[in-house]
Design a protein around this ligand. Sequence first.
Ligand code: PAF
Length: 286
Amino acid sequence: MPSDPPLPIVRTVADLRARVAAWKGAGERIALVPTMGALHEGHLSLIRLARANAARVVASLFVNPTQFGPNEDFAAYPRDETRDAALLAKAGCDLLYAPGVTDMYPERFATAVTVRGVSEPLDGAARPGHFTGVATVVAKLLLQCGPDVAVFGEKDYQQLQVIRRLVVDLDIPVEVLGGPTARAQDGLALSSRNAYLTPEQRRAAPELYATLQAAAARLRAGEPVADVEVAARDRLMAAGFQRVDYVEARRPDDLARLGPGPIEGPARLLAAAVLGRARLIDNLEV
Ligand code: PAF
């Protein structure tokens, strides 16, 4: 079989803009898929969704230091640009934008974008500063590339809602699309951080999704939110998770807290829990 042609890579905003301008000049619609690399099938499904919505697909690869806390895994985060570029080319990506840290954050860089409200609970509380790092880099990527559409995974559901708020509030002219969570056969949401799991932990990890499914069924049956949340937390601890940061049912758009009684409309169940070196997150529509 002939191999895929190598993916063109640009590393500066000027080169990125020149490529995008040429495509736009030819009347082509552009999609951007921001990533931090360590790509898996979940990312590739976002590339395919981008492909279905635009003539040209740009992926960015930037392990963004400002969204990692001081004790988080920035240094250990898996990096393999050659492998990622090959996977992107195969999935139908047209261009990889892979800036360096000093291109993105040159000396004297002093701006931060904070999205109040939706970024405050859940991961915002568990990982202080995380969503300011995400919002700042995503605002930059959108302004650097100027895509017609930008695609993000629903696995990072709170991040997706933060970005939706960001583009509306800052009048960034882009359509934001959420791609469904890709899962292993046993239900575990695909994540670059699954690589941190030992074989034993990997066997326990699908319990996160199973717990959310059971909790969603109980909410749909009319059980009180407060009881369902406590039972879900207990189930995760019993399954061997060392810490449960949250298992909560929230309003789907702004992630506002629901009352303790039965749900009265659509909700989103979100969870984050630690298993060994991996902090796993997942969510489910109710
Ligand atoms: O979801 C991610 O991989 C990152 O948070 C993103 C959106 C690429 C920003 O660094």
